[in-house]
Ligand binder design. Structure first.
Ligand code: TXA
Ligand code: MG
Length: 321
């Protein structure tokens, strides 16, 4: 059934006006509100309301075994969601929150298991976008939010992307302009010792090690088969994909060769000057290519840690099928 989706334009520098809006009320009543974070747009619902959580999975077409990240606006909420918080988690939170770091911790028994897809752990992050923080604060509850795209599609970096994927399926979309970063948060499992990075993001392994010492990285970049139980269930699914086929190229020579081999296909070449612009634009460019019905997208790879590594991880996923 199609529902009426309210679209609310808000300037991030005037996030106070969120308080007077209908958005907190929608969350409190168990509805779905898409909102900007500094990484990508999220699709939010009351993390403590099982019915609301179920609606997220439905609207996105998300596999039931893929757990959600719970977003908080103050440090006290960490202790509602998790117990026995390790010292290393405390230090990371102090250093990187609010910001693009998600920590996997032990889930408190008082938190409904649906948000974690039945796992006894919970993913928690405090975003830095003022609209996101205000929405959580005035809704007076932690907010579960995956990226606000249809499952398998590129993550949304503009409100328009959310409109394209979810209009008619959710209650409200807060348009707070383009996101700042453009790739999802770094996910780190603090239950393992040493802790393990499950998804690379802007905050690099090195930056994390500077705070808590040695960490491992276990990235299921290409494929993780269902027989191999992935640490982060999301890693086994197809992700971030445009409809066009994506091929990574490393040099003009290679690009030329691939172009020649595919001369009959409508092909787009994407080349970015640096990782910041690549992160900010790549998902949006993928969507634009779909709109213009490209069949093939060639993307130049980039090198580096942190954001460069994160955006290459998403590109590798988009190029694998
Ligand atoms: O930047 C972000 O993290 C964005 C914004 C909206 O905050 N959110 C986001 O959520 O990317 P989502 O659902 O698209 O990705 C969450 C990832 C998935 O790979 C999921 O499997 C993993 O985090 N995850 C969530 N809870 C987990 C848990 N308890 N254990 C292991 N992995 C978990
Ligand atoms: Mg996602």
């Amino acid at each position: 059934m199609k529902m009426n989706t309210q679209i609310l334009e808000l300037n991030p520098s005037n996030s106070k006006s969120l308080k007077e809006s209908n958005a907190p009320n929608v969350i409190q009543k168990g509805g779905l509100v898409a909102f900007p974070t500094e990484t990508v747009y999220g699709l939010g619902a009351d993390a403590l309301n099982t019915d609301a959580i179920n609606k997220i999975f439905q609207a996105k077409g998300r596999p039931q075994d893929n757990p959600l990240i719970v977003h908080i606006s103050n440090f006290e909420d960490l202790h509602i969601l998790s117990s026995n918080i390790p010292h290393k988690a405390q230090r990371l939170a102090e250093k990187f929150w609010p910001g693009p770091l998600t920590m996997i911790l032990k889930r408190s028994e008082s938190v409904p298991s649906g948000v974690s897809a039945g796992m006894n752990t919970i993913a928690i992050r405090m975003p830095s976008n003022p609209i996101a923080l205000a929405l959580i604060k005035y809704s007076n509850t932690p907010i579960a939010a995956p990226s606000a795209n249809l499952s398998t599609r590129p993550s949304p970096t503009k409100a328009k992307h959310v409109v394209d994927d979810l209009k008619g399926k959710i209650d409200m979309i807060i348009d707070g302009g383009d996101v700042e970063i453009g790739v999802e948060s770094t996910v780190i499992d603090l239950i393992s010792d040493p802790p393990e990075i499950l998804r690379p993001g802007k905050i690099s392994k090195q930056e994390i090690e500077n705070v808590i010492g040695e960490v491992n990285e276990v990235l299921g970049t290409k494929t993780t088969t269902s027989t191999l139980k992935p640490k982060s269930p999301g890693m086994k699914y197809k992700h971030y994909s445009p409809f066009a086929k994506v091929i990574i190229v490393t040099s003009p020579q290679e690009c030329e060769n691939v172009l020649q081999k595919n001369s009959l296909k409508k092909t787009k070449v994407l080349k970015y000057t640096d990782e910041v612009s690549m992160a900010k634009n790549m998902f949006s460019d993928f969507r634009q290519c779909d709109t213009e019905e490209y069949e093939l997208i060639l993307v130049y790879s980039i090198k580096g840690e942190g954001l460069a590594r994160a955006v290459m991880n998403r590109l590798e996923k988009a190029s694998s099928d």
